[in-house]
Design a protein around this ligand. Structure first.
Ligand SMILES: Cc1ncc(COP(=O)(O)O)c(C=O)c1O
Length: 397
């Protein structure tokens, strides 16, 4: 039954500054087309197509039966914080203690809470563009001044440190890094991080280092700025379980930061969520301490798909694609096709039945690119290539 709305919806002004993630909009449109009987290949959404490994699922079920169904501490269960501290110490080569860890429902809340806790109106935040759209959304939401740093294809989507140095000012409070990078698959190497640390120098600037794809790296090893000399107290390391362990729906991530900031972020948790679900945290301990072979297998499978899909795109007229070094996205340059990114993404969905995202979903410097998620079967990726190729040849591009 519909009800007439009598009162005007008067939203707070800041709501007009909140952005979104286009992936969900494209997914909705794709589902609508499917309801109309169309066959759509989903390459828009950024989540592993694998199930959560059974040892983790069983641990979550056992935890439910064992009564892990109550509130827990806002900063996370002590045992999980300890397990995360051990994992970060081992993988990043820098000593981390449990009091520096805050467990939150997914990686996203660490972006939200860091920006809420650190950024006042007018403070400048440097962030990658193209980049994960939530950074810009949250900076704008709190009234910060977003300073996009362009990631360039000719630099293999790394970060130009001279450009970064030019963007840093007395108003800079935060620099956001993301490696491996969504949407380009770019990776920051040790030398890049050393140079970034040098550019920051001894300024009182925080780095939010989004490392949610740290386990999905194909060539070489993952490096974190938290290990650079002098940067540990100014780094907020974001990582989590969504991508590494195919646990997107469990909602569990974490931040590693100096204890006094961790305490403030825990206060934001108390005010917003109270705590992350207790039984999922018990499963998180199993994820970190249990068998890791499924992570390795998933990574190898993504690499196989990447190699096939990038080679396939490079055979299509109007497309040219670099080989991403990490994450599970492919970001081809489509300027030679003669279409704007959004128009091409829309046409591929509506006419070819392939759902992907426009590069502009990740900021203005994403114009000229499309993002394909390779979190789909080899067979579907091959079918997607055939459809795109056919569509392009029908258009005489
Ligand atoms: C770069 C980046 N950071 C953070 C997240 C958020 O991850 P979660 O689902 O754990 O909140 C994502 C998810 O797509 C991402 O791509």
């Amino acid at each position: 039954m519909s009800r007439a709305v009598q009162f005007e919806l008067r939203l707070a002004e800041r709501m007009s500054r909140l952005g979104t993630e286009t992936a969900f909009e494209v997914l909705n449109r794709a589902r609508e087309l499917e309801r109309q009987g169309r066959d759509i290949i989903h390459l828009e959404i950024g989540e592993p197509d694998f199930d959560t490994p059974p040892n983790i699922v069983n641990s979550g079920i056992d935890a439910l039966h064992a009564g892990w169904t109550h509130y827990g501490p806002s900063a996370g269960l002590p045992d999980l914080r300890e397990a995360i501290a051990e994992e970060v110490t081992r993988s990043r080569g820098v000593r981390v203690t449990a009091e520096e860890v805050v467990v939150v429902p997914g990686g996203k809340p660490i972006i939200f809470f860091s920006i809420l806790a650190l950024i006042d109106e007018g403070d400048e935040v440097i962030y990658p563009n193209p980049g994960f759209p939530i950074y810009e959304s949250m900076i704008n939401y709190v009234g910060g001044r977003g300073m996009p740093i362009r990631l360039r294809e000719e630099k293999d989507f790394g970060l130009d440190v001279d450009e970064l140095a030019r963007l840093i000012s007395d108003q800079t409070r935060l620099i956001i890094l993301n490696s491996p990078h969504n949407p380009t698959g770019g990776v920051l190497g040790k030398r890049d991080l050393e140079q970034i640390a040098e550019a920051i120098g001894d300024r009182n600037i925080f780095v939010l280092s989004d490392e949610i794809y740290s386990r999905l790296i194909f060539d070489g090893k993952h490096h974190s700025i938290i290990a650079e000399p002098g940067l540990k107290d100014r780094t907020i390391l974001l990582d989590g379980f969504s991508k590494s362990y195919a646990m997107t729906g469990w909602r569990m991530g974490y931040g590693v930061m100096r204890p006094d900031l961790a305490w403030q972020v825990a206060r934001l948790m108390t005010n917003s969520n109270s705590c992350t679900a207790s039984f999922t945290q018990v499963a998180g301990i199993e994820a970190l301490r249990g068998d890791q072979s499924s992570v390795e297998q998933m990574c190898l499978e993504f690499q196989r798909r990447r190699d096939m899909f990038v080679a396939g795109l490079n055979r299509i007229k109007g497309f040219s694609c670099r080989v991403p070094k990490g994450a599970f996205y492919v970001f081809p340059n489509i300027t030679a096709a003669g279409w704007k990114s959004k128009a091409l993404a829309d046409a591929l969905l509506e006419e070819a039945g392939v759902a992907c995202l426009s590069g502009t979903s990740f900021g203005e410097f994403g114009e000229g690119y499309l993002r394909f998620s390779i979190a789909n079967s080899m067979e579907n990726l091959e079918r997607a290539l055939e459809r795109i190729e056919q569509w392009i040849s029908n258009k005489n591009i």
